[in-house]
Design a protein around this ligand. Structure first.
Ligand SMILES: *Cc1c(COP(=O)(O)O)cnc(C)c1O
Length: 492
């Protein structure tokens, strides 16, 4: 089926909007040498209805969490409650200007202060910055703080960050961006960081360790207390990649485990929109010894309220701050959404969500484990990794993912973590019903069956999508952002 293009409806002079007569004096037009010939621009001339149908059609060719299960492991694609959108659109929040005098936006600052407080409580940390705009940005912020901490003590020998080989690619990338060296550590047979390798790597040149817990195999690090101790004993700090916090909110606190700094992904754990749906937000929490290094500014109470008066909130500069990491106050709209989510669920509800996320993942795993290879056979946390390959089949993980689209499911994460060959990383989240999990398990079981009986049907999948297999490398490297299928300049 070929989808119609917006150009199929073009007709000279057709127009989709009616503008009112201007009620202000007209400005002078642009000088003619800055104007292009409108005919040469080749823009479609279409009605409003054509435009609406065009964009609706495009949106229907896409996939979203509002359309179906999105089991993209490590990404926590949970439902984004609509109440979050209502509060973010309250005129007082949506209409405030980032450069407004803090005295005129005390409600916004109170919300940020309370969000900092909740995140401190959830992570077991002494301080929080809401500035970073994503998890990776939080990593960068955290590593700069760790580096600043050592330099402040005159400890200039430290240049290395230790990272287990199960880590997300952003960990080594943030390290390199910070001007530090990555030392990769192996994992052991149970999927934990290899303690012996860690012991050997710990010396006085280590800035710190970056570790994800539960790790990207969906497994809780069984020796986490020893890991933290080894790093601290050599003078290093421990960075927690908090992307997997959805497994343990209200159950375990990284700060209590000895972590010195961790980012939260509000767009994963705390239900703010993700991917194409909105900007991310990656606040960082820190232990007492890093509080002075937090980005500038943090929100604090600058004057206690007398009697029943609320306190006065203001922006405060931490004493040894690494400086500003983000324009204005971070992604304020996401702070409102995450705060709403926390207030709706409360402490016990947040814990219950994490428990349900872990239960859902284990339920799904228990339904498919007889049909797929499990590289690490353990009880999982909120996600798990299976191999998308069998010795007696020519099918690869990618074929399974593409075939899932024919069953109307978004594929799981493919080929990550790198230490599992043909990895399929599956995270159902707590917001999916038992019926949905059952349907997804059935699809995975049928596909496993097809892989043995009729591998071709997988290798040529998807059969039902608007576009079949793409050359994904070219699609990413040579973006054609044009509503014409093949623009003239790209043909040669
Ligand atoms: C998502 C993720 C990150 C990066 O977070 P972004 O918000 O996408 O920048 C880092 N580590 C892990 C394990 C992740 O899943």
């Amino acid at each position: 089926m070929t989808e119609p293009l917006i150009y199929d409806f073009t007709s000279p002079g057709r127009c989709g909007v009616t503008l009112p007569e201007p009620d202000v004096p007209l400005a002078e037009g642009l000088p003619s040498d800055l104007l292009r010939d409108a005919d040469a621009l080749d823009l479609p001339e279409v009605s409003q209805l054509d435009v609406v149908r065009h964009y609706l059609r495009l949106s229907q060719m896409n996939y979203a969490i509002d359309k179906g299960l999105y089991p993209l492991g490590s990404c926590t694609m949970k439902y984004n409650p609509r109440l979050n959108e209502d509060t973010a659109r309250l005129p007082g929040f949506a209409g405030s200007h980032p450069l407004q005098d803090p005295n005129t936006v005390q409600g916004n600052l109170a919300l940020m202060y309370e969000l900092q407080d909740w995140l401190k409580e959830i992570g077991g940390f002494a301080g929080v910055s809401l500035q970073p705009a994503a998890g990776a940005h939080g990593e960068f912020t955290g590593i700069l703080m760790m580096r600043a901490y050592h330099l402040d003590r005159g400890d200039t020998k430290r240049t290395k960050i230790l990272i287990p080989n199960s880590a997300h690619g952003t960990n080594p990338a943030s390290t390199t961006m910070s001007g530090l060296k990555v030392v990769e550590l192996p994992s052991d047979a149970r999927g934990n960081i290899d303690l012996e390798a860690l012991r050997q790597a710990c010396d006085d040149t280590v800035v710190g360790l970056m570790i994800t817990n539960p790790n990207t195999l969906g497994l809780f690090e069984e020796h986490i207390e020893q890991v933290v101790k080894l790093v601290h004993d050599c003078g290093g700090l421990v960075y927690g990649d908090g992307a997997n916090m959805n497994a343990m909110v209200g159950i375990a606190r990284p700060g209590d485990l000895g972590f010195d700094v961790m980012h939260y992904n509000l767009h994963k754990t705390f239900s703010t929109p993700h991917g194409g749906g909105g900007p991310g937000s990656g606040p960082v929490g820190v232990s007492a010894r890093l509080v002075d290094f937090l980005p500038d500014p943090v929100v604090d109470i600058v004057e206690e309220g007398r009697d029943d008066e609320p306190p006065l909130y203001g922006f405060v500069k931490p004493r040894k701050t690494i400086g500003r990491m983000k324009a204005f106050q971070g992604q304020f709209g996401m702070h409102v959404r995450a705060y709403t989510y926390m207030r709706v669920h409360g402490a016990s509800g947040l814990r219950a969500n994490s428990e349900m996320a872990v239960l859902n993942a284990n339920y799904l795993l228990s339904k498919i484990r007889h049909a797929y290879h499990l590289p690490y056979d353990r009880v999982c946390k909120h996600e798990f990794v299976v191999e998308g390959h069998w010795a007696d089949s020519t099918v690869h993980a990618l074929d399974i993912s593409k075939r899932l689209m024919d069953y109307n499911f978004h594929p799981p994460t493919n080929y990550f973590p790198l230490i599992v060959k043909e990895a399929l990383m599956i995270e159902p989240t707590e917001t999916e019903s038992k019926e949905t999990l059952d349907a997804f398990a059935d699809a995975l079981l049928q596909i496993a069956d097809e892989a043995h009986r009729d591998p071709e049907v997988l290798k040529s999948a998807p059969h039902s999508a608007p576009i079949s297999r793409l050359d994904e490398v070219s699609a990413a490297r040579q973006l054609v952002l044009c509503c014409r299928p093949i623009p003239e300049w790209a043909e040669s």
